[in-house]
Design a protein around this ligand. Structure first.
Ligand code: SF4
Length: 171
């Protein structure tokens, strides 16, 4: 390898380190976290009946967009996975694929008793929890179903955590 190539390689490495260092310093980090907290885009993934409550949250009355929550069709442009109630083995696999496709930083809200501890299907052979699939949950929103107001509260809590995090949230 020539000296020129070595220098170019080092420059790339150094510039990456400088950018990372800058992104983790105030006020740039605070600005980045503020922007992230108001840009929470969940993918369209309905796993169970709690999904209707999420639909109500996204509709005109509860107006999720005022919190910056904008449901999106492509997992690769999203950063907030909302697990909407029961996860069967089949839908759990789909949720894990979607979660893996989402870019970092990404966050997870689990809504409904079913996503928390199985709910009315707690002893079913076919029900799994997010933790069984290796999906780390940031905020749990209990209820059966979880009302849209409770989901709004979960989003506000997540936003607060993102803005007050020191880079440790979900990682
Ligand atoms: S918590 Fe209740 S409403 Fe939600 S998925 Fe389970 S059974 Fe359905």
């Amino acid at each position: 390898m020539t000296e020129e190539l070595l220098l170019t390689g080092n420059l790339e490495e150094v510039s990456k380190k400088v950018v990372n260092w800058l992104l983790n310093r105030k006020p740039i980090k605070s600005l980045k976290d503020w922007g992230t907290s108001f840009s929470l885009w969940p993918p369209h993934l309905t796993t169970s009946c709690c999904g209707t409550e999420f639909g109500a949250f996204a509709a005109a009355r509860f107006d999720a967009e005022r919190y910056g929550v904008l449901p999106f069709s492509s997992a690769r442009q999203t950063n907030l996975l909302v697990i909407e109630g029961t996860l069967t083995r089949k839908m759990g696999r789909a949720a894990k694929i979607v979660y893996d496709q989402m870019p970092e930083p990404k966050f997870v809200i689990a809504m409904g008793a079913c996503a928390l501890e199985g709910g009315i299907f707690w002893n079913s052979y076919n029900t799994v929890l997010p933790s069984d699939l290796g999906i780390p949950v940031d905020i749990y929103a209990p209820g059966c179903p979880t009302r849209p107001e409770a989901l709004a509260r979960a989003v506000l809590l997540l936003q607060k955590r993102i803005r007050s995090s020191n880079g440790t949230l979900n990682k």
